[in-house]
Design a protein around this ligand. Structure first.
Ligand SMILES: [Ca+2]
Length: 237
């Protein structure tokens, strides 16, 4: 029974592995090097290093892989190996190290959704039009949790290295701080307003749109919709 479940799991992963959004970079510096077991997400048997990579690119936490060309063991690691994370040699040889690299120009898969950052400045409406024009079509990001707001920071600051204010897909029409997300039409249960925001700074109704300041801890601010900001587009599949 266990074998059947494992096989089904492998088949599902193999099929899903077609949708790889980024790549693994071969870095021989850390071949045959070991890291604490707390950095090992899982160990699988994999037919090739590429197959092993497909597991990694489908795992939100995976940053690198160790693939053993003799035993076909595939370790998914939660770290990029460096001098701090290396504890010494592996107990046997044959391990090849691959590092996951993130390409800012590609879609990234997290929390069951796909995300794409575009650093061009547009008004909110033009950003909506831009996301809808992509293939597949998408929407301006709706942020439903702290983890997703943190991911917006990671994507813009760490991966794309362009931390700034990014449009969120909501209208704060009444300065109450709660609102309905535009496209999903769900109420905002999670918010992360900066102190004193939303404030409709230029008068009632003057700041209807919302941005997350990823260069400033991801706090939210209401701003005029005619301002121009970069955007992260989001789609479900
Ligand atoms: Ca404001």
């Amino acid at each position: 029974m266990k074998q059947t479940i494992f096989l089904v799991f492998v088949v599902i992963l193999a099929v899903r592995g077609v949708f790889i959004s980024d790549f693994l970079y071969r870095n021989p510096t850390y071949d045959n090097r070991a890291t604490p077991s707390t950095n090992v997400i899982s160990i699988l048997i994999s037919r090739s290093s590429t197959h092993c990579a497909s597991y990694c690119t489908r795992d939100d936490e995976c940053k690198s892989t160790m693939y053993n060309m003799n035993t076909h063991s595939c370790q998914l690691l939660s770290v990029h190996m460096d001098e701090l994370s290396v504890t010494g040699p592996q107990s046997f040889l044959g391990w090849l190290y691959y590092e996951r690299t993130f390409d800012c120009s590609k879609w990234h898969y997290r929390f069951g959704h796909w995300y794409l950052l575009d650093s061009n400045y547009r008004t909110f409406n033009d950003s909506r039009t831009f996301c809808a024009s992509l293939s597949p079509p998408s929407r301006v990001i709706e942020v439903h949790s702290q983890a997703e707001n943190d991911w917006l920071i990671e994507l813009s600051s760490t991966i794309c290295e362009v931390p700034y204010e990014y449009w969120l897909n909501g209208y704060d029409t009444d300065k109450s701080g709660t609102f309905t997300w535009i496209d999903s039409q769900t109420p905002s249960t999670y918010t992360y307003w900066n102190n004193g925001q939303p404030d409709d700074y230029y008068g009632i109704g003057s700041e209807k749109c919302i941005a997350s300041s990823t260069g400033y801890g991801g706090v939210w601010n209401d701003i005029p919709c005619t301002e121009t900001r970069p955007v992260v587009c989001k789609r479900n599949s």
